[in-house]
Design a protein around this ligand. Structure first.
Ligand code: GDP
Ligand code: MN
Length: 380
């Protein structure tokens, strides 16, 4: 799960990484009152889950509250790399003497957190890695040993920070970033830029923060930060029902058990000349409850013209799934044609159950390709 800048900064602040004082606004008037509270010049920052906001015009300095109001008006509604700006973060403008870069990410290759530090901050780190590879200091932390202060010193000296006052502050921030990373089960924490003010104060001016989805259950406070408005309404409804669903652009609704099977179903639909309307994984179950929930989510998309139900029975038995489908169709009204392909454990029984009940809009096909062709044909 990706966090907005303001959310990442809130966690930074909680764990003692210095940031600027600020507030969130969703309207120009709110922005003005936040700026009034902060006093002095402020910076208005688009809150979107993508980088490069500065270049795209999503970050603007404002001299006073009225200016903050005007700048917010310009930024709200802006499209930044396909993300529409719905909120802005207003914070006290910083004077910048230097821009550094500090990140801690999970390096899957060596299964260890990786620190990266450079005094060439402010620009994209990929660019630094390409043009000034020597300026980028990389250092892995052994998760069993944990972070050791010598590692922080190595980053700072390796990066060429000479001012003792800066060294001291950055060293503290490095340690706190490790603590933040571990205690939140983060996959990525990035501060770009980490600034030094003309007075020599070091502060996080930006935050990029990704938390491991699989660990969110341990962090209800972070899970709660998920912005449901940034998600398409269908996906929001799916999440509320516990259905794994991703909206796509086509006309054939897809329902399968197991992410791998659903992925290949998308391919087979394309092969048959159609376009999938969604990805939807029923998971291990095939009970009526799960089928109803999934069908409700899929049919809420007005573009869906037919539905392909692709099931491979392993632990889940096809006869159970067949009964689940029939119960679901009893409980809800579905006008769409539904094509079913059952294979694996008890497939024969499953098909027989469907054949006997034979609801009007249900088509049973023997193979995945046949089923895909039929579903595409019915969607035309
Ligand atoms: P990004 O473009 O999405 O990475 O957004 P950042 O938060 O990193 O901001 C981009 C750039 O805007 C920074 O590198 C700074 O140069 C500038 N910027 C952001 N906040 C301030 C501020 O408070 N004062 C000044 N002078 N510049 C700022
Ligand atoms: Mn940045």
């Amino acid at each position: 799960m990706d966090l907005y800048e303001y959310q990442g900064k809130e966690i930074f602040r909680r764990l003692g990484i210095p940031t600027s004082d600020g507030g969130l606004a969703t309207t120009p008037d709110e922005a003005k009152s936040v700026a009034e509270r902060l006093g002095g010049p402020v910076v208005v920052k688009a809150q979107v889950l993508t980088g490069g906001r500065g270049k795209a015009g999503g970050i603007k300095l404002a001299d006073d509250p009225d200016d903050a109001r005007a700048k917010t008006e310009q930024i709200l509604g802006m499209d930044i790399n396909g993300h529409v700006v719905r909120k802005v973060w207003i914070e006290q403008a910083s004077e910048i003497a230097k821009e550094y870069y500090l990140s801690l990410t999970f390096d899957r290759g060596v299964k260890r957190p990786l620190f990266m530090f450079t005094t060439q901050g402010g620009i994209e780190i990929e660019e630094v890695a390409e043009k000034h590879p020597d300026a980028l200091v990389r250092l892995h932390v052994d998760p069993f040993e944990g972070y050791q202060p010598w590692q922080g010193r190595r980053l700072i000296f390796g990066g060429g920070v000479e001012d003792p006052n800066e060294q001291k502050q950055i060293l503290a921030i490095v340690g706190k970033l490790y603590e933040t990373f571990v205690t939140t089960d983060a996959m990525l924490t990035e501060i770009n830029p980490l600034i030094v003010t003309p007075e020599g104060e070091v502060r996080a001016l930006d935050s990029k923060f990704t938390v491991d989805d699989a660990a969110l259950f341990k962090h209800p406070d972070i899970a709660e930060m998920r912005d449901l408005e940034a998600v398409p309404p269908e996906e929001r409804a799916a999440r509320e029902k516990g259905v794994t669903y991703v909206k796509l652009d086509g006309e054939v609704g897809i329902l399968g058990n197991g992410a791998g099977l659903v992925m290949s179903t998308l391919d087979v639909i394309a092969l048959a000349g159609g376009r999938p309307a969604n990805f939807c994984d029923l998971g291990g179950g095939g009970d009526a409850e799960g089928v109803v929930d999934a069908l409700e989510v899929i049919t809420a998309d007005p573009k869906v013209k037919s539905i392909l139900f692709n099931v491979f029975g392993g632990i889940t038995r096809c006869d159970e799934v067949a009964r689940g489908i029939l119960t679901a169709l009893d409980r809800m009204t579905i006008e769409h044609p539904i094509v079913v392909r059952l294979d694996g454990t008890n497939a024969e029984e499953g098909r027989q159950i469907l054949d006997e009940a034979s609801p009007e809009n249900l088509y049973v096909e023997p193979t995945m390709l046949d089923a895909a062709r039929r579903a595409v044909e019915l969607a035309a």
